[in-house]
Structure formats: C-alpha cells, structure tokens
Design a binder for this molecule. Structure first.
Ligand code: SAM
Length: 234
C-alpha cells in the first residue's frame, strides 16, 4: 500500500521573503505539491509572492505541482464550508497518492488563517506538521522599533468591531486591529474617545517594498493594514 503523504502548513511571514523560517524554506525547496489559496482568479496570492523566489530556485521547478484554490472573501458560512471541504478533499487526493503537500499561508498559520479550516478537516486522517511564521503584528511593532507589550501588559487582537469592544478597551494595554481595511469610523471614534492616554499607528504592507507607517488610523486602507493602539496609563 502506498504510504500517505504529509500535510505541512507553513506560515510564510508578513511579506519579506527573508522572514521565512529556515524550516519553511527547507520544506519549500523539496515538497512536490504546494497549495496556495487565493481570494480571486485575477489576483496573485500574497503568500505565493513571498515564497516564489525560493520555489523558482528549485531545479525541478517545472515539475512542481502548484495548486491555487479560490477561497473567496465571503461571510456566508455554508458557502465557506463548501469551499473548505472541496479544498481539503483536493489535498487529500494528493496525500493519498503518497505526495507531501505544503499549504502556504500569510504571516502565522494560527492567526486568522485559511489553513486552520483545512487543518481541522484533515487532522486525524493524515500526518500533519504546522510550521509557524512571523505574524504581521509583531512585524508591525518591529517596523516601528517598539515593543508591543511589556511587563504585565495585556494584548488584545481584534479582527472586527462588535459590541464587546467597549468592555475590551478598558482591560487591554495594547490592541492589534487586524483586517484594518474594514475599520469603520464608529470603531475609530470609540477608540479615540476612550479617555486614556494612547499612541495609535498603522502599518501598511509591512516588510514589503511599499511598507508605510502612519500615525493614527490610516485613511487609505489597503488589505494589508494593521493598526496598533498602545494605552499608557501609568
Ligand atoms: C487574514 S489575516 C491574516 C493574518 C496572518 N495569518 C498573520 O499572522 O498576520 C489578514 C490581515 O493580517 C494583517 N496583515 C497581514 N500581513 C500584513 C502586512 N504585511 N502588513 C500589515 N498588515 C498585515 C492585515 O490586518 C490583514 O488584513
């Protein structure tokens, strides 16, 4: 019987290829199949653009199986479930044929990553290894040459405003607002109006060629925008 392949989830870091871990690069130099989800047919996946220089150096590059399933940015749970199931079954076919599959994902694989849905569907059925990556928000703090949290500080990660925000604001010392392209003025006002001394900055396209650090919330909001709020009460 053919030995089944292994699924390797790889966090590829925030943008700069040099921020790939040695472990990730080593897998990408030899793995026979790379899954690189993207949000639409037209757009290249950011994760793929990060690892491309490593893949293109491979002597067997032409034989590499690169699969780019579409993971649309929708919120309809039933539709998403269909997409995740179909991508997982596609991966399962490669694994059943004995080939290892690398599933690449932006930043770290455990933070708002498409990989986690596939991981949940395939765990227990196949061997899985997950290689963490540098997450965007630690890269953003590094770009600013500042700590994100110190001593007993509490860090909160917020992907989207909802009615829990008001309570969270009082108990967080630093807040990472991910998916900041969806920030609303309501969210921004709620934070601005909080009567605590604070520093706010936004990083666009962190560690990429067009990286920009902006004081406050950013008016332009490209997809790769993260805003960091640091309260300083004492
Ligand atoms: C779907 S989440 C993926 C997060 C990723 N797994 C991580 O560990 O950073 C996408 C969000 O991550 C943030 N992000 C990812 N890469 C970034 C970068 N290079 N610069 C700024 N923000 C980034 C943005 O807030 C973006 O909307």
């Amino acid at each position: 019987m053919t030995k089944k392949g292994k699924l390797i989830g790889i966090g590829v870091g925030p943008g700069d290829t040099e921020l790939l871990t040695l472990k990730a690069a080593k897998v990408l130099e030899t793995v026979p199949v790379v899954f690189s989800p993207k949000s639409s047919k037209e757009k290249e996946s950011i994760a793929l653009s990060i690892v491309r220089p490593v893949l293109e150096k491979r002597k067997d590059y032409k034989r590499l199986m690169l699969v780019e399933p579409i993971f649309p940015m929708i919120e309809d749970k039933a539709e998403l479930e269909k997409v995740w199931t179909s991508a997982s079954e596609m991966i399962a076919q490669y694994l059943d044929s004995g080939r290892d599959v690398a599933f690449i994902t932006l930043g770290d694989s455990s933070i708002f990553s498409t990989y986690s849905y596939v991981q949940k569907k395939l765990i227990g059925r196949y061997e899985i290894e997950t290689i963490p990556g540098i997450t965007s928000f630690t890269a953003c703090a590094a770009a600013r040459n500042e700590a994100l949290v110190e001593q007993n500080d509490i860090l909160t990660i917020v992907p989207k405003i909802d009615d829990r925000l008001e309570d969270i604001l009082d108990y967080s010392d630093s807040i990472v607002l991910m998916k900041a392209s969806r920030n609303t003025s309501k969210l921004e006002n709620t934070i601005e109006e909080k009567n605590r001394p604070k520093e706010i900055y936004s990083v666009q396209n962190c560690t990429r060629e067009n990286e920009k650090i902006i004081e406050g919330f950013s008016n332009e909001k490209p997809y790769l925008t993260t805003t960091i709020i640091k309260f300083g009460d004492d």
